[in-house]
Design a protein around this ligand. Structure first.
Ligand SMILES: Nc1ncnc2c1ncn2[C@@H]1O[C@H](COP(=O)(O)OP(=O)(O)OP(=O)(O)O)[C@@H](O)[C@H]1O
Length: 412
């Protein structure tokens, strides 16, 4: 509370207002919240500054870990429910997944993991930090008299606690939707494995042994049943598979529709809705669950181009909804939310900026780059640079802009 961060001679500095002293920051750990950049505080700049610092510390892990442990003890025990048998924070893992359609080899060894926590993932795979010093060194280091400061920024930890938001981007036809369908159990991989909470998915969606984590897929086209009303679409699963009375389902449908900003549309048919409304109905359908069950399983939502075809305002509404059902920490009824994490396939910059923490870049059937969204703009990987161009060319003529300018534009 009593500190300011700043820069002096291109070094990151820390000012203690009370003691009126300044120290150089030699290492910091940041759990980036989604709004980091909006408060005039650039996450990427801080990372770059810190990367340039000469001294880096591994002991920070211990400090961050203790904060993490403290925060996790305060949470709604979500961790106990979603940590897998090995005690790891990995929710979904694709290991060397291959998929072909006839002669078309679409996925050619896709591997990645999604994590329950941003912070947990960062500690395990530090981004840009090399952890070199031992804990003893941290203990023996005289922080008070030194001219250096160790700054641990744990921002919005509780928000991060609800699991990371992963974006999958890449050229058209590279297999982004295909990998979502494989994770959701709608397609089987030809080779490779998919693990959900550490348990191998051996077949398709009917796997019984996969209980413990629900996986919901929101299709690109919204995929509503044309001949059913909005109420019947949203409550479909409950009407078919729960013992809840119709009246209770109807009430729950209304509440879930309200949660996505829709009122009085229950009796309409999908053909009477706009594109944005259809997407919101699909979102309501994906978050509704049987509230009469003793325990509601946490869920990972997979969104396939949720904002495709929407105007900028409708896109913003959907993007913020995606964020809010995930991070708000409560469902439509005000009970603790169970959206453990989500994965979103998108081509849209606003979606990347507003609704994604970490990006996976899929290219020619493989994940060729992954990193935090702000790193995407600064990456020197040629494929990523090309990718940023591809992701901006729908908005602006790329002929008159350099790759760097495009990336600046993307995140401006
Ligand atoms: N069931 C299927 N049968 C045959 N080919 C398929 C099938 N599903 C996908 N494909 C082909 O696989 C390729 C990858 O499709 P996919 O939808 O995964 O791409 P994508 O990266 O999501 O593309 P886009 O960004 O345009 O949505 C495409 O060439 C598509 O035609």
């Amino acid at each position: 509370k009593n500190c300011d961060l700043g820069t002096k001679r291109s070094k990151c500095c820390w000012f203690n207002k009370k003691r009126k002293e300044q120290k150089n920051v030699i290492c910091a750990c940041v759990a980036p919240p989604r709004n980091l950049g909006r408060d005039g505080f650039s996450g990427s700049k801080l990372t770059v500054d810190l990367k340039n610092c000469a001294v880096q510390l591994s002991g920070l892990c211990l400090i961050a870990n203790s904060v993490f442990a403290y925060e996790s003890s305060k949470s709604e025990n979500l961790s106990k429910e979603v940590k897998n048998e090995n005690g790891s924070d990995v929710l979904i893992e694709c290991r060397n997944v291959y998929k072909s359609f006839g002669e078309k080899h679409i996925l050619q060894g896709v591997s990645f993991k999604t994590w329950l926590t941003l912070l947990g993932r960062q500690l395990m795979t530090p981004l840009g930090f090399r952890w070199q010093f031992s804990a003893e060194l941290i203990d023996s280091f005289d922080w008070c008299s030194s001219r250096c400061a160790l700054v641990v920024l744990i921002l919005d930890v509780l928000q991060s606690w609800h699991g990371e938001a992963v974006g999958i981007i890449g050229p058209s036809g590279t297999g982004k939707s295909t990998i979502l369908k494989i994770i959701a159990g709608l397609l089987a991989p030809d080779k490779g494995e998919v693990y959900v909470r550490g348990r191998k998915r051996s077949g398709l969606i009917s796997d019984d042994e996969l209980s413990g984590l629900r996986i919901g897929l929101v299709f690109q086209s919204a995929a509503l049943f044309d001949s059913l009303t909005v109420r019947e679409n949203v409550g479909f699963l409950l009407y078919e598979h729960s013992g809840m009375p119709d009246e209770q389902i109807s009430k729950l449908v209304t509440e879930n529709l309200a949660a996505v900003g829709l009122k009085g549309v229950e009796d309409r048919l999908p053909s009477e809705l706009s594109g944005g409304m259809k997407k919101r109905v699909a979102l309501a359908r994906s978050i509704i669950c049987d509230i009469t069950k003793e325990s509601i399983e946490p869920e990972v939502l997979l969104y396939d181009e949720p904002t495709a075809g929407l105007d900028p305002i409708a896109s913003t509404v959907v993007e913020d909804l995606i964020r809010s059902v995930h991070t708000k920490g409560e469902d439509a009824l005000g009970k603790p939310g169970k959206i453990a994490s989500y994965v979103v396939v998108t081509h849209q910059h606003s979606t990347i900026r507003r609704a994604v923490d970490r990006l996976l870049f899929l290219h020619e059937g493989k994940v060729v780059w992954q990193g935090m969204t702000d790193e995407f703009t600064t990456s020197t990987n040629p494929i990523v640079q090309q990718g940023t161009l591809m992701h901006t060319d729908t908005c602006i003529s790329k002929v008159c802009m350099s790759a760097h300018a495009h990336r600046e534009f993307l995140y401006s």
